[in-house]
Design a protein around this ligand. Structure first.
Ligand SMILES: Cc1cc2nc3c(=O)[nH]c(=O)nc-3n(C[C@H](O)[C@H](O)[C@H](O)COP(=O)(O)O)c2cc1C
Length: 179
């Protein structure tokens, strides 16, 4: 799973929590989902403002990423642990240190048993040039953190396996497929 950081403005102060339950759910418009346990402090900010950020930390941020998942904004002020910036939505705090930050507006909330699942339309994506190749995010340059749930370990991304929508083509002759 990814290890990512969700940001929200709670009572006028940025708060960040670590998250593994997240992913892309719609291509156009771009919509992502984040699943937050209902007890977490961050929920309040997302509900108040209808905005949040999803930030992808790099491997060298593993300690501060873990820290954000260990302490709650209910008890500890996490507003100054990162350099925060804001985009056009003004209420979604974004993390300057992260290679990729997505600024999101809530379009739907699913209330599940334990989690609030926020569906957020990505209004803007922010990345510095040094993390891009040909204008696109480069996974090796970003060096994101991979989280192995249940055994509770962090890893980096491994070796390149092949090109997507391409490496499977050679099986078409034997296994079939007209497309
Ligand atoms: C690696 C890792 C992954 C986590 N993933 C999630 C998650 O997907 N959803 C969630 O609600 N909490 C998750 N947590 C727990 C929250 O980050 C943690 O309870 C945090 O302190 C809540 O912060 P808040 O109360 O300031 O919002 C995760 C924690 C860690 C360390």
């Amino acid at each position: 799973m990814p290890a990512a950081l969700v940001g929200a403005l709670v009572d006028g102060r940025p708060n960040y929590l670590t998250i593994a339950y997240c992913g892309a759910v719609n291509h156009e418009p771009p919509i992502i989902s984040v699943g937050l346990n209902k007890k977490h402090y961050t929920n309040r900010g997302i509900k108040e403002n209808g905005t949040f950020s999803l930030n992808i930390p790099s491997a060298d941020m593993v300690k501060i990423t873990d820290y954000c998942g260990l302490v709650s904004g209910h008890r500890v002020d996490k507003s100054n642990i990162f350099k925060t910036f804001y985009g056009s939505l003004k209420t979604a705090p974004l993390i300057e240190e992260c290679p990729l930050s997505l600024e999101c507006r809530v379009v739907q909330v699913l209330e599940l048993a334990m989690q609030n699942v926020y569906l957020g339309q990505v209004i803007q994506a922010y990345a510095e040039d040094r993390f891009l190749t040909n204008g696109l995010p480069d996974i090796k340059k970003m060096n994101p953190i991979v989280f192995s749930m249940h055994d509770n370990n962090y890893w980096t991304v491994g070796e390149h396996l092949g090109r997507a929508w391409s490496i499977g083509k050679e099986l078409k002759a034997g296994l079939g497929g007209a497309r």
